[in-house]
Each structure stands twice: as C-alpha cells, then as structure tokens.
Design a binder for this molecule. Structure first.
Ligand code: ATP
Length: 137
C-alpha cells in the first residue's frame, strides 16, 4: 500500500510543533494527499478509538484526543504504513529511537505527539473517517 493516515495530536499542536513535524514528514519522502486542522468531539474521538474501548486507558485517550485541535492528514509514499511507523518511533517516547518524531516531540505514552495507522486497511478506514474522496489529491 502507498498511503497512510496521521494525526498531529493535541499535545504537539498546543506546543507549537505542527511546522517541525510536517517538515520532518516531508523530508522523509511523504507527499501530503489531504490535510486539515480540526478538533474531535468526545463522541468522534471515542468512535475513532473504538478498537481500544476495553483498554484501561480508553477514557484518558478519548479525553486527551478531544482536548484541543489536531492536524489530520493522509500521506503517500511507497511502503507508507511501515515507513511512517518507523519515522514516528515507539508508542512510549522513552523507547522511541533517537530522531524519531516521538523521541523529539512526545511527552509521554499517552501524549505522544502523533498517530500513524497500523495497517493498509486501517489507513483507508481512518482516512475516510476524516476526509471525503473529493478532498484527497
Ligand atoms: P497510534 O495508534 O496513536 O499510532 P500506537 O499504535 O503506537 O499509537 P496503540 O497501542 O494503538 O499505540 O495505542 C493508541 C494510543 O493510545 C497511543 O498512541 C497512546 O496515545 C494511547 N495509549 C496507549 N497505551 C497507553 C497507556 N498505557 N496509557 C495511556 N495512553 C496509552
């Protein structure tokens, strides 16, 4: 697959890291196919993360992801899903490789700066959650 979906999460937007994160994404060879600054309601954040609803951190995750503006984007590159997860680094920034987006910008396991889809199937589902087909280039 050649597309993935990302969000710059509320912690990184609030800290003023949108520009630096987008620059790193472009420098790594990803083309931006669709992008917007938006804010998730509690209901929409809950729906996006429905797969995690039995996990102990679900309530915290939904509160955090609806706490402020995010940037949602669809990205294109060969091997997009796997290469983007390499670029962002481990979920817990303490375990993220130096130079990865999470190593540079994440605060904690929960407030970890960015999302990256974990499969081609989820990339398509998550992209369609945020963007109409006519918004994708
Ligand atoms: P993402 O789906 O955001 O790219 P991921 O695939 O690295 O992250 P998941 O295990 O799918 O991680 O968890 C989804 C998100 O839930 C994480 O990015 C993080 O924000 C939050 N999260 C995961 N584990 C915890 C935890 N133990 N405590 C608090 N928040 C957590």
């Amino acid at each position: 697959g050649n597309r993935t979906f990302t969000m710059i999460k509320p912690d990184a937007v609030a800290a003023g890291h949108i520009g630096a994160i987008l620059a790193q994404i472009n420098e790594a060879g990803f083309r931006i196919v669709a992008m917007k600054l938006t804010k998730l309601s509690q209901e929409k954040a809950g729906e996006f993360y429905e797969v995690h609803k039995e996990r102990p951190f679900y309530g915290e995750l939904v509160d955090f992801m609806s706490s402020g503006p995010i940037v949602a984007a669809i990205l294109e590159k060969d091997n997009a899903v796997a290469d983007f997860r390499t670029l962002i680094g481990a979920t817990n920034p303490a375990n993220a490789e130096p130079g990865t987006i999470r190593a540079r910008f994440a605060k904690s396991m929960g407030e970890n700066a960015v999302h990256g889809s974990d499969s081609d199937e989820n990339a398509a589902i998550e992209g369609a959650f945020h963007f109409a087909g006519t918004e994708q280039f």
